[in-house]
Design a protein around this ligand. Structure first.
Ligand code: NCD
Length: 297
């Protein structure tokens, strides 16, 4: 595996190998020294606190050097193209470039032109593979299986790279995937990806093992997708009442950042079913497993 550009091209065995390795690291196994003394560049051309920090900590735990480049301080502000920025960085010989970018397909594009390994940290509305891996790993750790697990993804599916990557990953691992949201936020073709579509939240939650709540992505909406945040929250917000439709031991997940009181109420976000901080903690181990894999010589 030279790059990690998305979940779609991966097979089940590769996903399981990555999750097994992440589990071992998470339980204290010593990481390999494949990246020790080498350099990873985090090129984040879009806002991020959690993902960027998670990659940075992962790199440091692999004893590599990390350089963070954020859009605000990059030469894209002076008109440099992403391709030129990436080639310039690549000329300084990093082992890995981790790219987050607002344009779908940009990691695949730079991967064709650089000799470093490229890891997609979220590209537009396309994919966010490390998020899906950490989500699947967290589900597997809590449910002890993936086959036959029912996962309900609620929210802005249309704009969500997290949803796309998870639909691919969960499907490959044998889970049943349901998606729920207002019709205007459900992309056409989501059924062909293997998901069951619901336009009401309660039936989608019934009997679910996992509730994966997504953020309403204001920055990707040209407008008019939902009448108001209050309406959205009333019909699709996850709260202490509707969560009871799911199994009694269902877990609640969210990739962050949360809009509290919009897609998820605070009592559920901070309640006993929430595994949100487990996701964050496990994310570092997943990113270590991915970086080890792409950097292997
Ligand atoms: C997500 C993202 O940026 O795609 N966040 C994340 O990486 N943890 C989801 C989001 O922004 O809603």
């Amino acid at each position: 595996m030279k790059h990690l550009l998305g979940i779609e091209p991966l097979d089940k065995a590769t996903i399981i190998t990555l999750l097994d390795r992440a589990d071992a690291i998470h339980e204290g196994q010593k990481p390999s020294d494949v990246l020790a003394g080498r350099t990873v560049v985090n090129l984040f051309m879009e806002a991020s606190t959690c993902t960027c920090t998670s990659f940075e900590i992962a790199v440091k735990r692999l004893r590599a050097d990390v350089v963070n480049v954020s859009e605000a301080f990059s030469s894209s502000k002076k008109g440099e193209t992403l391709l030129d920025t990436s080639r310039n960085i690549d000329a300084m010989k990093p082992a890995v470039i981790v790219l987050r970018h607002g344009s779908s397909g940009s990691p695949a594009m730079i991967a064709k032109h650089v000799s470093a390994a490229v890891v997609n940290a979220g590209d537009g509305t396309h994919e966010h593979p490390t998020q899906a891996l950490l989500d699947c790993g967290t589900i597997r750790r809590h449910k002890k299986r993936m086959d036959g697990v029912t996962v309900t993804i609620v929210g802005d599916i249309l704009h969500s790279r997290v949803a796309r990557s998870n639909i691919h990953a969960l499907g490959k691992l044998g889970a049943t995937v349901r998606v729920a949201g207002p019709r205007s936020l459900l992309p056409s073709g989501v059924e062909e990806m293997g998901a069951l579509v619901y336009d009401r939240v309660e039936p989608a939650l019934e009997g679910a093992d996992v509730i994966m709540v997504l953020r309403l992505q204001h920055e990707r909406m040209a407008g008019g997708y939902v009448p108001s945040l209050r309406d959205y929250s009333r019909f699709f917000g996850i709260n202490a009442k509707n969560v009871r439709a799911a199994k009694h031991d269902a877990i609640v997940m969210h990739p962050g950042p949360i809009n509290r009181g919009v897609e998820l109420s605070s009592d559920v976000a901070d309640g006993a079913r929430s595994v949100i901080l487990d996701q964050v903690a496990y994310g570092v181990s997943v990113r270590m497993a991915v970086l080890e894999k792409v950097a292997a010589k």
